[in-house]
Design a binder for this molecule. Structure first.
Ligand SMILES: *[C@@H]1O[C@H](CO)[C@@H](O)[C@H](O)[C@H]1NC(C)=O
Ligand SMILES: *[C@@H]1O[C@H](CO)[C@@H](O)[C@H](O)[C@H]1NC(C)=O
Ligand SMILES: *[C@@H]1O[C@H](CO)[C@@H](O)[C@H](O)[C@H]1NC(C)=O
Ligand SMILES: *[C@@H]1O[C@H](CO)[C@@H](O)[C@H](O)[C@H]1NC(C)=O
Length: 657
């Protein structure tokens, strides 16, 4: 191991040799974005600490462009190709002008639910960069691995010698300098680790993990070798530009990029680690499996992406499909799937979710609640996996207030509870959310055992809602940035639904009856439910700003998750207005953050509409799936199996697919 003081960061080099037939065309080209222009392309987005993005305004200049951590820090990630002795940058070489490396030409950029693809031309060959972050919620092993794939493929060429290089730099560790690096090699798997010396376990810097290690890895296939070296970026890249590295021909090369933390989460003082460690307890075993799994993960993702497009287009059109494609990796990219670090017991799986960009809280109930449509649609077990860390803590009687706790820790990854009873107070919001989520889980999975175990806790919060659910005190609701309000209708309705949820969970009719009385009071003695529904359709059209409907009359900003929840309750015309507005915000080219769930929707208060505020990369975009949630729990699986059944029917009729 070598310690370097290096303000430029370190580079590893993995070089593969390719030989193919290539055609050459060259004319200046404006990049095409497909299916739409996103604010930022997800590159490697798998958990709160592995979240690399490419702002879309950099794509035209991709050969020069740094990528970005979700919070905005620059990350060095270069991809260089050497064609017949001439090196071309495909991505991430900012000082190209003072090197022997030429820029490749970017032609096209595309995102699907799990891939971001960039097509470039360099020295007469066509190359595709495929950044692939699997989303596979029912496959805990695949989902928990803290790595993403980058596959570089020569898509079109004639008889050139091609070599491919990639590096990441020290900024991936949260520190640009005082970085340690290490090379390891196992049976041809070569990987390079970057880490911060003497880092404090569980410590962050500006949301980046200081502990753990950034990793770049590759492995030769039948036709290639991998070579690696470290040093000052410029030296290593120039060495590649001048001499390259030699071996046999291949058509594509796959790298793994990742960020691994052996101690992933501090749960009440115990270290929890990635689920995958039960089977692959060392980094090289995990990387080796990850690269072995590429073929299956890729084929699963191709079906997933296609079916997600069909399912969401059928639900609400192409724009809705675009919104979901950009939301999918981000929705799961705020989560770690873990097991206890000592026992590695896979019967004790806990999921942790970070409240990215607002305050970093762990397992905030009013983050799980808005995001829950995506779990409901893709795999409802995740509702329990995310609530379980809270329930174990509540069951231990360490939270003594009469209403549900807000989160399991003030700052991720320290899920250490609030023994001082000082979690952010959202009494009705969180009590209602917890009961609604618990019932949703039971209804989706049929697993009553889990809820029965915690029924006495749920009852305490149901009683709180009975006591406090009509004359609503001055309380915060989910959007704390908007401040508290007394008499919030929203909270009164949440309390009524929460009480009803408990009545159904417990079969205690007295709770259901109280909830029905609340409903009667709020709706039937006022407007009547049908009239309220009709009134909402008209009302929301009347308060629509340039980019949709603000959260309430006090502000000009909208919440995208809330708006998709609303859209799911409306008639198609109003529903489509909400979708059109969110799509217009997503594609307006005025901003370059990961998908923001909070943005200026109206110029009513003098602010420029269509600009995001504060919130980046939050897993609450899971709420965008609300229109699919109407199709029922695990409806994506149902849709997929319908698709594969109809494929089989077609196949059995001899139709070529
Ligand atoms: C690099 O060269 C190009 C073309 O000559 C020029 O437009 C660009 O500004 C230069 N970039 C830097 C960082 O010097
Ligand atoms: C987590 O707790 C440890 C102390 O146990 C502390 O050193 C670290 O900075 C905390 N991390 C965050 C992100 O607050
Ligand atoms: C809340 O509503 C009650 C009537 O139910 C009213 O007496 C009270 O003044 C309201 N509070 C505020 C702050 O408007
Ligand atoms: C799957 O097919 C069944 C039977 O045709 C249908 O009722 C159901 O709605 C379909 N599910 C989805 C999610 O498309």
């Amino acid at each position: 191991m070598r310690f370097l003081h290096n303000s430029l960061g370190l580079s590893s080099l993995c070089s593969h040799f390719l030989s193919f037939l290539c055609t050459s065309t060259s004319k200046p080209y404006q990049v095409i974005h497909h299916p739409a222009l996103p604010p930022s392309y997800p590159l490697a987005v798998r958990n709160p600490y592995l979240s690399a993005w490419m702002p879309s305004n950099r794509v035209q200049q991709l050969p020069y462009a740094d990528s970005q951590f979700w919070a905005g820090q620059e990350l060095g990630w270069a991809v260089i190709v050497r064609v017949e002795g001439q090196a071309y940058s495909l991505m991430g070489v900012s000082d190209l002008n003072s090197s022997d490396i030429l820029p490749a030409e970017v032609r096209r950029a595309e995102f699907t639910a799990t891939h971001s693809l960039f097509d470039l031309k360099a020295g007469g060959i066509a190359i595709r960069l495929d950044f692939f972050s699997p989303v596979s919620p029912s496959n805990y092993l695949r989902q928990s691995l803290p790595f993403s794939y980058l596959t570089v493929t020569v898509t079109e060429c004639w008889g050139e010698e091609v070599q491919i290089y990639s590096d990441i730099d020290g900024r991936w560790t949260g520190r640009g300098n005082e970085i340690m690096h290490e090379f390891e090699e196992y049976d041809g798997l070569v990987f390079h680790e970057l880490s911060v010396q003497d880092a404090v376990t569980y410590a962050e810097e500006d949301d980046m993990a200081l502990w753990g290690k950034a990793i770049l890895a590759s492995r030769p296939n039948d036709f290639s070798t991998v070579s690696a070296s470290a040093g000052h970026q410029k030296t290593v890249r120039n060495r590649f530009a001048e001499v390259g590295a030699l071996s046999g021909p291949v058509a594509s090369v796959t790298f793994a990029v990742g960020y691994e933390r052996k101690e992933a989460i501090n749960y009440l003082g115990d270290a929890y680690t990635g689920y995958y460690r039960a089977r692959y307890p060392t980094t090289h075993e995990a990387l080796s499996f990850f690269l072995d799994d590429y073929g299956e993960a890729l084929s699963e993702s191709v079906d997933f992406d296609n079916e997600m497009t069909s399912f969401s287009t059928a639900a609400a059109g192409q724009k809705y499909a675009d919104i979901l494609a950009l939301s999918t990796r981000q929705a799961y990219g705020g989560i770690d799937l873990t097991i206890p670090g000592d026992s590695l017991d896979t019967d004790n799986v806990l999921a942790f979710i970070k409240e990215l960009s607002s305050d970093g809280n762990a397992n905030t109930i009013d983050v799980i609640m808005p995001a829950f449509p995506v779990y409901w649609v893709l795999d409802p077990n995740w509702i329990r996996l995310l609530l379980e860390p809270l329930m174990q803590y509540l069951a231990a009687d360490r939270w003594t207030l009469p209403y549900a706790i807000h989160d399991i820790g003030s700052h991720y990854p320290n899920a250490t509870g609030h023994d001082d009873q000082k979690a952010e107070p959202m009494p009705i919001e969180e009590s209602g959310n917890l009961l609604i989520l618990a019932l949703a889980y039971v209804q989706a999975t049929g697993d009553r055992h889990w809820a029965t175990e915690y029924l006495h806790i749920f009852q305490k919060y149901a009683d709180y809602l009975v006591e406090n659910g009509i004359d609503i005190a001055n309380q915060l609701s989910s959007n704390d940035a908007a401040g508290p309000l007394p008499n919030e209708t929203n909270l009164a309705i949440k309390a009524a639904i929460g009480i009803k949820a408990f009545g159904v969970l417990s079969d205690l009719d007295e709770y259901s009856n109280i909830a029905d009385d609340h409903g009667e009071l709020f709706f039937n003695q006022g407007l009547g439910t049908d009239d309220a529904h009709k009134m909402s359709n008209d009302f929301f059209s009347s308060v629509r700003g340039e980019y949709g409907v603000p959260l309430d009359h006090r502000q000009d900003w909208a919440k995208s998750d809330w708006n998709m929840w609303l859209a799911a309750t409306f008639d198609p015309a109003t529903r489509d207005e909400f979708i059109d507005d969110l799509w217009a915000f997503m594609t307006n080219g005025k901003h370059t953050w990961p998908f923001s769930d909070r943005y200026v929707a109206s110029s009513a208060y003098g602010n420029e509409p269509g600009i995001p505020i504060l919130c980046r990369a939050r897993p609450t975009v899971g709420g965008h799936f609300a229109l699919l949630a109407l199709k029922g729990p695990a409806s994506f699986q149902a849709f997929s199996s319908n698709v594969s059944q109809s494929d089989q029917t077609l196949r059995s009729k001899g139709v070529e697919l």
